[in-house]
Design a protein around this ligand. Sequence first.
Ligand code: ATP
Length: 285
Amino acid sequence: MHRLTVLSPAKLNLVLDVVGKRPDGFHELRTIFERISLTDQIILTRNKTNKISIRCAHPHVPRGPGNLAFKAAMMLSKDFSISEGLDINIIKNIPVAAGLAGGSSNAAAVLAGLNRLWQIGLNNAQLVDYAARLGSDVAFFLYNSPYALGTGRGELIKPLKINTKLWHLLVTPRVKMLTKDVFTRLKLKLTNKKDNVNILLPFLRKGDLTGLAGALSNGLEPAILSLRPDFIYIKKKLLDAGAIGVCFSGSGPSVFGLAGSQKHAESLRAKFDRRYTQSFVVSTL
Ligand code: ATP
């Protein structure tokens, strides 16, 4: 095989609880990931040089060693002494630095794709080990599961057998928000913590959208809003437009509105000015 095209989906966090700070400086999380239908496309092409190169038209995506997809390819290339070169062409649809884990998903897609293209023969557990070395959100994308519980830094994954298909309008302001800036702003209150994961799961399993709406939560919201207090307007606007529930995803600034159907999600979309926000009708993938 000379070339392989892989899809690289985004994620939402239906719940994101920050449950503590660890000695290594990372935060301990409990989160429910949802894989969604907003995807980048990655074309992996073998070549006869001995270089790995990245192509991507998006201005905020690094084209060298800072790119997580590049890092993933370098790790495998080194560990398995691959002597040939590789072009990684990333067609970016997922907003960058937006709480949707686009970079992490690209890294996972490259790990799984190169395992096939270079015929390395790693099993899923071995791929997950590589994923954890690349970043907290990478591992989720290696499990072929639309929903999962993430613990640790988010890299310990338990796939969840849930058949509910959700629809959302995803709204992303046209600004980058760096995960580390959000965590720096976080003030942890460790008393009286609710177990938001176990509150949400029964509603998700049953497809009870009203219950689900009330159970969506993101412990990073105060930190996101302390950086950009104006972003509360996105939640308000989605609710005013008729979204069943609203929540920030990851470290923001993307917000998703829960909709009852594709048509409902499309009707919410008209409310947002495309000069300031990008919006996407998405479903569980
Ligand atoms: P997370 O929720 O995992 O922190 P995010 O969705 O907030 O991620 P990403 O889109 O993954 O953010 O990008 C975060 C940073 O990673 C960007 O500022 C970008 O410079 C860098 N980056 C590295 N590789 C990639 C990639 N393949 N695609 C997008 N961004 C990348």
